[in-house]
Design a protein around this ligand. Structure first.
Ligand SMILES: [Zn+2]
Ligand SMILES: [Zn+2]
Length: 315
């Protein structure tokens, strides 16, 4: 599992769960710790079906308060409780999330762990500990989360996650800088040390910055121009494509969603590596029919399917 990030699209539907299509929700496994984005009705069923596990879910990100993105939350929180979790769990969402979660908890009042609810942060740093992904104030984090305000019929947030890659230990540099061997291990963990009156820090033993992995999740919005900058250079851009047919543009404008072509234009302008389309309208039976509307604009598109898995590696 080292250096791997597994992304599972639990479902690809928008609006309502259908017999053959789950609601759009994303499950991220980052070295054994889990992050969920959105939690519509039935989300926990798919998590169980795919054997992804409940206990290690440390962070739940909610885009907005429409039912197809949040109705599954109280049931999931209860199930996480039944899994034996005791560490606190963090929920992030738009303004109002504290009130919404507390209201939903009327039907899930007893949880054996604490909830930490964060409203509308622009940026959060997260550190990977042995048994929890923990929010940290230090920029020396393993993971950086950012949000963007979208344009939908409810207050809605988009998310990006940047998984940093650890710098390599540079033996030549450490030797040239006369860093005693006894300190190497500690300095590799990015600590600063005073030893025999001399100050040492990690920059004396670590190599250059290395490119990490960027993941962005944009759903339930019109294609705002500042989304391009927000998703810039993503390795994987997960985006709503509620309507495949170009002729549905009026519906997309009215209901504050996007067509495949609009989503693909964001992917192209944001210079992402790959786009995964999701959140299909229940009226669209076969999204693959409209694939060309996206690929005419941006080449590397996958049409989402329930339970699709993507593995991202540091390159
Ligand atoms: Zn939706
Ligand atoms: Zn919505």
């Amino acid at each position: 599992m080292f250096n791997l990030i597994d992304i599972s699209l639990l479902g690809c539907g928008g609006g309502m769960p259908m017999p053959n299509r789950n609601l759009s929700s994303l499950f991220i496994n980052y070295r054994g710790r889990k992050i969920l984005i959105d939690c519509g009705e039935g989300t926990q069923v798919t998590i169980r079906k795919m054997g992804l596990g409940f206990k290690a879910i440390d962070l739940i990100l909610i885009t907005h308060f429409h039912g197809d993105h949040i109705v599954g939350l109280p049931g999931l929180l209860s199930t996480i409780g039944n899994s034996g979790r005791e560490h606190p769990l963090t929920i992030v969402g738009p303004i109002g999330i504290i009130n919404v979660v507390n209201s939903l908890r009327v039907i899930a009042p007893y949880l054996p762990y604490d909830l930490n609810i964060i409203e509308n942060p622009t940026k959060l740093y997260l550190n990977l500990k042995k048994d929890i992904l923990q929010i940290d104030t230090s920029e020396k984090s393993d993971l950086v989360l950012k949000t963007i305000e979208l344009e939908h019929s409810a207050i809605c947030l988009g998310y990006s996650l940047y998984f940093k890659r650890k710098k390599k230990f540079d033996i030549n540099k450490a030797t040239n800088m006369n860093v005693p061997k006894i300190l190497w291990n500690k300095l590799q963990k990015e600590e600063k040390i005073v030893y025999k009156g001399i100050r040492y820090d990690y920059t004396m033993v670590l190599g250059e910055e290395r490119k990490g992995i960027k993941l962005s999740f944009i759903t339930d919005t019109r294609p705002l121009s500042n989304i391009c900058n927000f998703i810039k250079d993503s390795d994987l851009f997960i985006c709503e494509g509620t309507y495949g047919d170009d002729n549905d543009i009026d519906k997309a404008i009215k209901n504050k969603h996007m067509t495949f072509r609009e989503a693909a234009t964001l992917a192209k302008d944001g210079e992402v590596k790959e786009m995964l389309l999701t959140h299909f309208s229940p009226a669209m039976i076969n999204p693959n029919e409209y694939l060309e509307n996206a690929t005419e604009v941006f080449n590397n598109v996958t049409i989402g399917e329930d339970e699709i898995i993507k593995t991202l590696k540091f390159t």
